[in-house]
Write a protein of this length. Structure first.
Length: 146
């Protein structure tokens, strides 16, 4: 079974984050410049929540006049679904689906060591499909296992 650690070793462990006092405008600019779909929200180094593009859109829809100047703490998700590096990758995918989330922080105790997102899940599934197709083609040609 592939572990979350394996994915992080390939994709990297960059974690985009901001303080909960950061404004939505600042966080949107940061997410855009770092090309990420979420920011982990901290208060003095302690993980407090997550802010996603979906949270930004909801904030803009509900508060069009002042959303950009309000703190992320007003709109972040505080009930986080997390995982560890030792978790099976399929468990994380199941958590994403059942929890209706797109980004899952990877924890080592109280420290965030990475983030797994739905794009990672899709890319992994695509790789697995390609490998299975290659194996089937090799079997049909009589060259399996190669």
């Amino acid at each position: 079974m592939e572990k979350v650690r394996d994915l992080l070793n390939v994709k990297g462990r960059h974690v985009a984050k901001c303080e909960q006092s950061c404004t939505l405008g600042e966080s949107a600019a940061q997410m855009s410049s770092e090309d990420v779909g979420s920011l982990l929200v901290h208060d003095g180094g302690e993980l407090k929540g997550i802010l996603t593009w979906h949270d930004l859109l909801r904030a803009l829809a509900r508060h069009p006049e002042d959303a950009g100047t309000r703190p992320v703490s007003d709109f972040m998700t505080t009930e986080l679904i997390t995982t560890t590096e030792d978790a099976d990758y399929s468990e994380v995918a199941d958590k994403m689906v059942s929890g209706h989330v797109r980004h899952v922080p990877v924890m080592d105790g109280n420290t965030v060591v990475g983030v797994v997102d739905r794009i990672d899940v899709v890319a992994r599934q695509f790789r697995q499909s390609e490998e299975k197709t290659d194996d089937l083609e090799a079997y049909i040609r009589g060259t399996y296992p190669s």
